[in-house]
Write a protein that binds this ligand. Sequence first.
Ligand SMILES: NC(=O)c1ccc[n+]([C@@H]2O[C@H](COP(=O)([O-])OP(=O)(O)OC[C@H]3O[C@@H](n4cnc5c(N)ncnc54)[C@H](OP(=O)(O)O)[C@@H]3O)[C@@H](O)[C@H]2O)c1
Length: 284
Amino acid sequence: MTQAYITLNDGNKIPQFGIGVFQVPEGEATYSTVKNALEIGIRHIDTAHAYQNERSVGKAVKESGIPRKDVWITTKLWPSEYGEGKTSEAIDKMLKRLDTDYIDLLLLHQQFGDYIGAYKDMEKAVKDGRVKSIGLSNFESERLEEVLAIAKIPPSVLQVECHPYYQQNELKKRVEKYDTRIEAWYPIGHGDKALINEPLFTKLGQKYGKTNVQIILRWHIQEGTIVFPRSTNPVHIKENFEIFDFELTHDEMEQIRKLDSGKRFFLMTLEEQEKNLGVWTPED
Ligand SMILES: NC(=O)c1ccc[n+]([C@@H]2O[C@H](COP(=O)([O-])OP(=O)(O)OC[C@H]3O[C@@H](n4cnc5c(N)ncnc54)[C@H](OP(=O)(O)O)[C@@H]3O)[C@@H](O)[C@H]2O)c1
């Protein structure tokens, strides 16, 4: 299956399609999911320290035999690791867990804590080669502009909830002049049945001989969004990647754009999210 690449604002080329491993347990589950994804040609893995499965991601990449330069690894720092000096140490630990010399894309996972100090350390890590690209995740408040104002290296990506019901058009405008790309989390609504079973996707699926999920993922690709749906089911993983052999028309893209209803699947308020940070303490 042909892969699509996007050139980021720092010149690095990211595979536009990958696999996410949120909620996939460390050990055999993550290892076999990543190994299987790499075997079928997927070259982009999205993990995070908070997912607690970086070791298995690193092991699967290493044991796949695929040259390291051909696999894109994204991971994310937790707010308790933010701060000048502190973040640099956290990056070193990350490299050990992933068993790699560099991270392709490093994100600040959440918009809390000393994110300014952390961003500065991430910029230093780009300069010294430990990290290739940097970006943000979940910065949707005015804290986004705060980081953009001090950034010497503008974020390459902004990873947020994004799917046909919540298309993030306002946010896209806020980062347009930095050429920051949107990465979609919950790209298929965290598996939401109502979203997947939208009659429009069924109709288009019948036309192209594709599943509803493939129609949604193809829409993301044509919107220029970076996607990494999560699945531990080998049939789904293969199916999700088989979206590079057809193209939705301009009119069909427009019809899907009209499904934007402002409906989010992740409903925690900022206050609740901040309180929730303490539920997990990063280990080494
Ligand atoms: N930065 C952040 O704060 C943040 C937050 C959430 C997620 N993320 C990232 O985004 C990734 C994707 O988000 P997500 O995993 O929560 O949601 P998602 O990819 O939208 O949905 C995953 C769900 O869809 C199901 N699924 C996958 N392919 C399918 C198919 N072809 N047909 C039917 N069902 C299918 C999966 O079940 P099966 O396993 O049975 O296929 C799983 O239950 C994460 O893994 C993570 O890397 C980031």
